[in-house]
Design a protein around this ligand. Structure first.
Ligand code: IPM
Ligand code: MG
Length: 367
């Protein structure tokens, strides 16, 4: 049975290696579960720049608009540091987000039982942690105008603009409330209404949207205090909704609480999930890790979990997503560790491919 179409963009650094493992998982679903995906592959980031002189070719952008889901590895690397800002690898990713209008970025921070010792926080603070950050992804200071570096008198001034319309806040808030309804029915909204007008409006709109979700317990926090609370007692949170820049920072903090950046997936969705299939892009939270690229050391789990999110949110295959996540839990419980997860004594790391092998074996065992 064909489930739908998938565009794979491995990107740079460890992207291609971790994506190779995802492809094996996709093949497994075709062979063993009769769920086949119409997969195409293309370039993004530095890899696209090398071939086309741009981090995202127009053709690739068009393909991304047509498929049911895009799966991206990672972009960037030191080789591209000196490129002009407009063609940096990151611009390829930002163009995808903006033109696909992927305004809701879901970043789960979940602590796997077998890895609770990896956190820099005490085990009881972190064990069982399961929070979801919903980051606004297509507006705010990342895209606001005016922006640029301008001459002013006898010096230059760097300008970026934080800007949010009511409808932009409304739609991301709704996505977060919908998610909270499916989870623990708790939502914390973070901004800086104490110093920013955009924060005042954010708080007002979120409070207004809350009226449509009376079952969800809504709280507000200044984003700096939110960062502090995340480090102090993260389990107080269920879903967090915040703007693009605060979400960038807070999701890195939340990710590292779990001790393993190589484990965390993300989904960027275009329309509220209660409605029809949203445009969607799935990617690991980690970057391209150029220092270990090409050495078989990378952890493919974040990218594989991103595919699990695609199964859940784009293809309505929640049971199969559960199966894949359970297979990963099994493999971790067996003690399999890639190099990023070392720390326990006497454990030899497995390679990227060996981790893939182990997950495929656990999937076989699940049948
Ligand atoms: C992220 C990254 C990106 C961002 C970069 C690579 C453009 O940090 O996805 O969190 O700042 O959004
Ligand atoms: Mg980031």
């Amino acid at each position: 049975m064909s489930v739908g179409s998938l565009l794979i963009l491995p990107g740079d650094g460890i992207g291609p290696e971790v994506m190779a493992e995802v492809r094996r998982i996709i093949d497994w679903y075709g062979e063993k579960r009769d769920l086949s995906f119409d997969v195409s592959e293309d370039l993004v980031g530095g890899a696209a720049y090398d071939k086309h002189g741009t981090p995202l070719a127009d053709e690739t952008m068009e393909k991304a608009q047509e498929v049911d889901a895009v799966l991206l590895g990672a972009v960037g690397g030191p080789k591209y540091d000196d490129l002009d800002f407009s063609v940096k690898p990151e611009r390829g990713l930002l163009r995808l987000r903006k033109e696909m209008d992927l305004f809701a970025n879901l970043r789960p921070a979940q602590c796997f039982d077998a890895l609770a010792d990896f956190s820099s926080l005490k085990k009881d603070v972190i064990a069982g942690l399961d929070i979801m950050i919903v980051r606004e992804l297509t507006s705010g200071i990342y895209f606001g105008e005016p922006r640029g570096i301008f001459e002013e008198g006898n010096e230059r001034v760097g300008v970026n603009t934080q800007r949010y319309t009511e409808s932009e806040i409304d739609r991301v808030a709704r996505s977060a409330f919908e998610l909270a309804m499916k989870r623990g029915k708790k939502l914390c909204s973070m901004e800086k209404a104490n110093v920013m007008e955009s924060g005042i409006l954010w708080r007002e709109v979120v409070t207004e949207v809350a009226k449509d979700y009376p079952e969800v317990e809504l709280s507000h926090m200044y984003a700096d205090a939110g960062g502090m609370q995340l480090a102090r007692w993260p389990k107080q949170f269920d879903v967090i909704v915040t703007d693009n820049l605060f979400g960038d920072l807070l999701s890195d903090v939340a990710a590292m609480l779990t001790g393993s950046l190589g484990m965390l997936p993300s989904a960027s969705l275009g329309t509220p999930m209660a409605n029809e299939r949203p445009k969607a892009l799935y990617e690991p939270v980690h970057g391209s890790a150029p220092d270990i690229a090409g050495q078989g050391k990378a952890n493919p789990i974040a990218c594989i979990l991103s595919f699990a999110m695609a199964l859940r949110y784009s293809f309505d295959l929640g049971d199969e997503a559960d199966r894949l996540e359970a297979a990963i839990e099994t493999v971790l419980a067996e003690g399999k560790r890639t190099a990023d997860l070392l720390g326990e004594e006497g454990v030899t790391p497995v390679t990227t491919t060996e981790m893939g092998d182990a997950i495929l074996a656990a999937l076989d065992a699940s049948l």
